[in-house]
Design a protein around this ligand. Structure first.
Ligand code: PLP
Length: 355
């Protein structure tokens, strides 16, 4: 009681939205608890097809395919798409699931320095000898709250004849004027070929992931992607809640805008208080502290003041870059945000993080 959660990926607060919960219950009652099957045997109901169609419409892409998680979507795509004649170029700070997905494929692997366009260009030049090139990046990076320079990445991809893949787990539903994601925010919706994202964060927070993109690619994944072929279909309640979350977001961008205003409030008040917040305009607001022990004792003391946050230190983030990662949600009130800033200020002074 009285504890406010500031460390969930529940960016839009939809996991507790009454309409989302009702949609899950209705789907459970109408379609059952589960399918006891993978999709291609007897695990496809109308709601699975409807959700795939809705995801594609939301992202303005041709088609979409559902997975049990975005981890699975990332595990399936590279192996299905790329051969030993191809190349994949991956940002060094990409999410673990992208790294694992790339490990599973036989393409030639290039790792470019985090968001470093000179390095990406050098690697693209080197990769010209291969049949096909795929640049893979997180749209928004979850440890730093920074956003990939997609305009520049897409320009380079055009110059060197490469495809662009983005993981939008920390962008779908809230980045860009209509919450479509990083590609909308940066005006490159028509230049990014493949999007993988999750239903387990902003879109209701239950579970599930997907790939959306050109129809021939989605057809290929249905034939070849191992986590899709060999893992159980998403349960109806999970499908129902994600589907309702998308309906709400396609009706109005008010929830996303309210979250953006609260993010702005938190970032500006914390900066004014003397803290360094990494990233820009993203609801992931890492409060940079440097020292691992400081991050951990401050997080503990924040909990004593009713604010639930977690300290991140090595090996999750580089040595000397420990931080407390705060995540803002549309369900936070302005008073919640102010209470969090006050607690940080008190705790920061107590432990010498603020003078
Ligand atoms: N990609 C990124 C960038 C993530 O942050 C996560 C979740 O932590 C995933 C993929 C995996 O998503 P899921 O929880 O749907 O498997």
């Amino acid at each position: 009681a009285g504890i406010i959660n500031f460390c969930a990926n529940n960016y839009l607060g939809l996991s507790s939205h009454p309409e989302v919960i009702r949609a899950a219950v209705e789907a459970l009652e109408k379609f059952g608890a589960g399918l006891s099957s993978v999709r291609f045997i007897c695990g496809t109901q109308s709601i699975h097809k409807d959700l795939e169609e809705k995801i594609a419409r939301f992202h303005q892409r041709e088609d979409a395919i559902l997975y049990a998680s975005c981890f699975d979507a990332n595990a399936g795509i590279f192996e299905a798409l790329l051969t030993p004649e191809d190349a994949v170029l991956s940002d060094e700070l990409n999410h673990a699931s992208i790294i694992d997905g790339i490990r599973l494929c036989k393409a030639n692997k290039y790792r470019y320095k985090h968001m470093d366009m000179q390095d990406l260009e050098a690697k693209l030049k080197e990769a010209q000898k291969h049949r096909l090139r795929l640049v893979a990046t997180d749209g928004a990076f979850s440890m730093d709250g920074d956003i990939a320079p997609l305009r520049e990445i897409c320009q380079l991809a055009q110059k060197y004849d490469a495809l662009v893949f983005i993981d939008e787990c920390h962008a779908t539903g809230f980045l860009g004027p209509n919450g479509r994601g990083t590609d909308e925010l940066l005006g490159v919706m028509d230049k990014v070929t493949i999007i993988n994202s999750t239903l387990g964060k902003a879109l209701g927070g239950a579970a599930g992931g997907y790939t959306t993109g050109p129809k021939p690619l989605i057809d290929l994944l249905r034939q070849r992607s191992r986590p899709y072929l060999f893992s159980n279909s998403l349960p109806p309640a999970v499908v129902g809640c994600a589907s309702k979350a998308l309906d709400l977001l396609m009706e109005s961008n008010a929830i996303a805008q309210s979250m953006a205003a609260k993010t702005q409030r938190f970032r500006s008040k914390m900066t004014a208080a003397g803290f360094t917040i990494s990233g820009k305009d993203h609801p992931i607001c890492p409060v940079m502290l440097g020292d691992a022990r400081l991050a951990s004792v401050m997080a503990e003391d924040m909990l004593n003041r009713g604010i639930y946050v977690i300290g991140f230190s090595y090996p999750v983030v580089p040595k000397g870059k420990a931080r407390i990662r705060v995540q803002i949600s549309a369900v936070h009130s302005d008073e919640d945000i102010d209470r969090c800033v006050e607690a940080f200020t008190e705790v920061g002074r107590k432990h010498g993080a603020l003078s």
